[in-house]
Design a protein around this ligand. Structure first.
Ligand SMILES: Cc1cc2nc3c(=O)[nH]c(=O)nc-3n(C[C@H](O)[C@H](O)[C@H](O)COP(=O)(O)O)c2cc1C
Length: 160
């Protein structure tokens, strides 16, 4: 299975944009701002990396609207990343709003205070590539379970 990956981000000051570009480096997929005309998800994606920041305790209103408009059925799994001055709240808010849409959220996420530190450029591309592989494995296991569940009862297969 070849995984279809997309990267979307919202960034006022460039910090989250820099993180999105690191994800791009790790996955070979272009990072697209939610303000770009190409931003809407119109075709199925297996993995959607989505990043945002915190402004006055909230996500940018444009990001909230963007999430509201994602067709949930087109997204296999969302992977979040974010930045703020103080707390992981942007990641929590992204995850919460995605889940409220019915989009499955991957547990692994990257949070950075302020501007990405040099070490993030070292570790985050590998993180992004690894999580795509992990999700691919997860999908393959789920498909195998579905197949097994469809087998007749007298077969050799044992359920746990
Ligand atoms: C108008 C404004 C409001 C902000 N409010 C918060 C906040 O409530 N809590 C916080 O931790 N950081 C806050 N920040 C800091 C940003 O979340 C942080 O600088 C982040 O890295 C910005 O990402 P960006 O450069 O991609 O826009 C605020 C920044 C701005 C410009």
């Amino acid at each position: 299975m070849s995984m279809k990956v997309a990267i979307r981000y919202q960034s006022r000051g460039g910090h989250v944009k820099e993180m999105a570009e690191i994800v791009s480096e790790g996955t070979g997929v272009e990072a697209i701002s939610i303000d770009d005309p190409r931003a809407p998800i119109t075709e199925p994606v297996d993995v959607l990396f989505i990043g945002g920041a915190l402004y006055a305790f909230k996500l940018d209103p444009g990001m909230e609207e963007y999430i509201r408009n994602i067709p949930a059925e087109l997204v296999g799994k969302a992977v979040t990343f974010g930045s703020s001055a103080l707390t992981r709240r942007p990641v929590f808010l992204l995850q919460e709003q995605l889940r409220n849409k019915g989009i499955s959220v991957h547990p692994s996420a990257v949070y950075m205070r302020g501007k990405p530190k040099p070490y993030l450029h070292e570790i985050m591309p590998t993180w992004a590539a690894r999580e795509v592989r992990n999700i691919e494995k997860e999908f393959a296991e789920a498909a195998a379970e579905d197949e097994a569940a469809a087998l007749p009862e007298e077969s050799e297969h044992t359920e746990e």
